[in-house]
Design a protein around this ligand. Structure first.
Ligand code: CMP
Ligand code: MG
Length: 397
């Protein structure tokens, strides 16, 4: 396929009103963008190397809003409809709405400019489908409600124990966020966590959770016969990227009187893959403070082993899909066995997620997996219920 075009000085790239085939980036030379008012030509812009034009007709599927003409001999790199629209479709619904609105304003303004300020006789065509608009509005509403949740203490932290598979007692916890909505009841995390990440609200939410978890760990330690030694808290990419991330951690540790050694930061492989360098630096700084670091959902992302090895992480959490399958499926069992070997070789602790039955638990224990987490031991529970569970805890093996 052709992906680059050359034009001679003075040659037309496209005319106003044409159907658009692709957008262009100027590689060499320059291009004039112009429109007409009566017989007068109005120069709108001159595009130079590195600049983009011809994107509007591709995004909103309307005729070319202006003409384009080569000023000098030039080379243009073509951007296909698919290349542009795939990206726009993948983007946040609110951002998509903004793009459409801005385009519409621009077309409207151009139209007034070239028609002596005449009103548009027919309104511009609908550019955003009803579903797309509903999606954007739902997203805005959900984000505003989430802000409310944060302000009005509707967020709660639940805890799930991580059991020492060799000794049979509770070694630590994972703190899990829940949203108690006044009308909708308990909102599941998979609906509100992605919205929180998209809107950036996840940052204050995680800070709240981290502080709450540090405070609650002390009560759990008091309640148990074998005091649990750590609290795992989930962190997102947005948390990591926030410039005062480390300061906030330090502040919470100091304010709650928590030793960094009892804190485990849980991060997913996906986060690591999106910004590997920042992740390495920030994790290094956490590790220097003495906190431990766990890679969540291990085995479901695509991070390379060499990259993993270069990280200051000390715990791997084997994704529940492998644990579920390991009893009936030889290849899953071999995978778990290899992960055990890998973890031992790298001197890392292992957690098996999603342990639901005693046969799996026994198998994992025999393989030498350090900790198990799952319904077999306990569901995620509110703080008070967790304290009860700890008071009555008995070795499950
Ligand atoms: P498109 O409508 O596909 O084709 C004409 C292009 O001219 C348009 O995309 C924009 O890239 C560009 N364009 C339209 N209006 C303006 C403007 N007011 N100023 C600068 N560039 C414009
Ligand atoms: Mg987790």
């Amino acid at each position: 396929m052709e992906y680059r075009r050359r034009f001679r000085a003075g040659e037309t790239v496209f005319a106003q009103g044409d159907a658009g085939q692709c957008a262009y980036v100027v590689e060499e030379g320059s291009v004039d963008i112009f429109t007409r008012a009566g017989d007068r030509e109005i120069l709108l812009a001159t595009r130079q190397p590195g600049e983009l034009f011809g994107e509007m007709a591709i995004i909103d599927d309307q005729p070319r809003s202006a003409g384009a003409r080569a000023v000098t001999d030039c080379t243009l790199l073509m951007i296909t409809r698919d290349q542009l629209n795939q990206r726009i479709e993948r983007t946040d619904p609110i951002l998509r709405m903004c793009i459409q609105v801005v385009l519409r304003h621009l077309r409207d303004t151009l139209h007034r400019l070239t028609n002596d300020g005449a009103r548009l006789d027919a309104g511009p065509p609908e550019q955003l489908s009803r579903e797309a608009r509903e999606e954007a509005l739902d997203a805005i509403r959900l984000e505003q409600e989430l802000q409310g949740a944060l302000d009005q203490d509707q967020l709660v932290l639940w805890y799930q124990p991580l059991v020492d598979l060799q000794k049979g007692h509770v070694a630590g916890f994972e703190a899990l966020m829940r949203w108690r909505h006044p009308e909708r009841g308990l909102v599941p995390p998979f609906t509100f966590i992605p919205a929180a990440e998209r809107s950036g609200l996840i940052v204050p939410m995680t800070r709240w959770a981290f502080r709450r978890a540090c405070l609650d760990l002390k009560d759990f330690q008091d309640a148990a016969t074998h005091p649990p030694t750590f609290m795992s808290v989930n962190f997102s990419g947005k948390d990591f990227m926030s410039p005062d991330f480390l300061d906030a951690i330090d502040e919470t540790l100091a304010e709650t009187g928590t030793a960094p050694q009892v804190v485990k930061l849980e991060i997913t492989e996906t986060l690591l893959m999106h910004s590997p360098e920042t992740a390495r630096q920030v994790l290094g700084a956490c590790r220097d403070r003495g906190t431990s670091i766990a890679i969540d959902d291990f085995g479901t992302g695509y991070s390379s082993l060499s990259y993993l090895q270069s990280l200051p992480a000390d715990t791997l959490k084997i994704d529940q899909s492998f644990i579920r399958a390991m009893l009936n499926d030889d290849s899953s069992r071999s995978l778990v066995r290899s992960i055990v070997g890998l973890a031992k070789g790298l001197d890392m602790k292992l957690v098996a997620e999603g342990v639901e039955g005693m046969p799996e638990a026994q198998a994992l224990r025999a393989l030498g997996v350090d900790y198990g987490q799952g319904y077999l031991f306990a569901k995620p529970l509110p703080r008070a219920d967790m304290i009860e569970v700890l008071r009555g805890w008995q070795d499950p093996f």
